[in-house]
Design a protein around this ligand. Structure first.
Ligand code: M6R
Length: 364
């Protein structure tokens, strides 16, 4: 039931603050001081390397998680798309833990990658939305994301719940490995618990994304740029737009543009720059200026202070609430989803059942 929304995707975007709150309550204890994992838990002190494998949107969640685990838990992370992973025949060294992320828990390539790691990895973990799924059943420990049933083919609430679960795991790892003391952990957990409220505020950008969608719907190609943990978000924005609006969209790491793709930029190509005010903000803005100097139309997604610092000449801006850079990848999923949704609606495509796609991909 669409609960009064025009599409399941719209409903699922809107319910993110609520489902996220449920997921947070599941993984953070009542006084907000500790992470609670299902038994038998994970001993992060014994892990030398984490291998993250998934497809599509779940893969972009892994890409974000790599930044988190490496930066705050100092844990080396390898990631790959499931359809390539086992063909590399990756050597698996002692101390390796494999983690598979899948909304459905039935994606054929992800399941095959999991089976490749059976008997090779010390432990097999999964982050799933469907607890009875094959991937959950074949893991040593399955962590539910608690997003509730997701019907829209374009994944939305599963992505933010995957990210939230992975962020909590990264915090747990950071604490266990001695890189985060109790106070710092409690502060980050408080930040997470405040996130549903901030998401509700951020959802107010919806009317703005609706306005911009009519302009984006005219484009043939759209580029998404991001740096650091926003680079995977650029990918997620491009994937969402391709899937449901059928507009060709590509994501690049902001700094990579000048190595080739900037040749594509002209006044017909909107360039969507995802730039929360994090440690990399100034660099992203200087990449944005390179685009503008070549006549590119920049749609900047940042907060009010960021928009001020970015200066003149930006085509359009979406103003986001301020956010701890650690949590920005979760919050900035909302503009990525809403832009894709409203552009698809403006184009009149089948939002919930886009052509050529299935909700669960059970062939390799
Ligand atoms: O069920 P899974 O999370 O394993 O599915 C993975 C991808 O097929 C999925 O995320 C796909 O990319 C979505 N349609 C993206 O919106």
């Amino acid at each position: 039931d669409k609960a009064g929304y025009k599409h399941f995707m719209a409903k699922e975007i809107a319910e993110q603050p609520t489902v996220l709150q449920g997921a947070l309550a599941h993984y953070i204890n009542a006084d907000g001081t500790a992470v609670t994992l299902p038994e038998p838990g994970i001993d992060f002190t014994q892990i030398e390397r984490l291998t993250l494998v998934a497809c599509g949107t779940a893969y972009y969640a892994c890409m974000v998680a790599k930044y988190w685990f490496e930066q705050i838990a100092r844990l080396p992370v390898e990631i790959d798309v499931a359809s390539e992973f086992r063909y590399r025949e990756p050597p698996v060294t002692p101390g390796t833990v494999a983690l598979f992320v899948s909304q459905s828990g039935e994606t054929a390539d992800t399941l095959a990658a999991l089976r490749y790691m059976e008997g090779k990895a010390d432990k097999i973990l999964s982050v799933v939305n469907v607890p009875e799924s094959s991937i959950a059943r074949e893991s040593d420990l399955a962590l539910p994301i608690l997003a509730g049933t997701e019907i829209g083919v374009a994944s939305t609430k599963a992505f933010t719940c995957q990210l939230t679960t992975l962020a909590i795991l990264a915090l747990k790892a950071a604490q266990a490995r001695g890189h985060m003391d109790e106070d710092a952990l409690a502060e980050k957990l408080a930040g997470l618990r405040a996130l549903p409220g901030i998401m509700n505020l951020a959802l107010q950008i919806e009317s703005r994304t609706d306005q911009l969608a009519t302009k984006l719907a005219e484009a043939r190609d759209i580029l998404f740029l991001g740096r650091g943990a926003m680079y995977p978000l650029a990918h997620e924005g491009a994937l969402k737009l391709k899937e449901i609006s059928y507009i060709h969209a590509e994501a690049y790491a902001s700094g990579e543009l000048k190595h080739g793709p900037i040749a594509l930029v002209d006044k017909h190509v909107p360039v969507i720059v995802m730039a929360p005010r994090d440690a990399l903000f100034d660099k992203t803005i200087s990449n944005m200026q390179e685009v503008m100097a070549r006549g590119g139309k920049v749609l900047l997604i940042t907060d009010a202070e960021g928009a001020k610092e970015a200066g003149e000449g930006v085509w359009e801006t979406i103003l986001m609430p301020e956010i701890d850079p650690f949590l920005a990848p979760i919050l900035y999923a909302l503009p990525a989803q809403l832009l894709a949704y409203h552009t698809a609606v403006a184009k009149g495509t089948d939002v919930d059942q886009p052509r050529n796609l299935a909700k669960s991909v059970t062939v390799e």
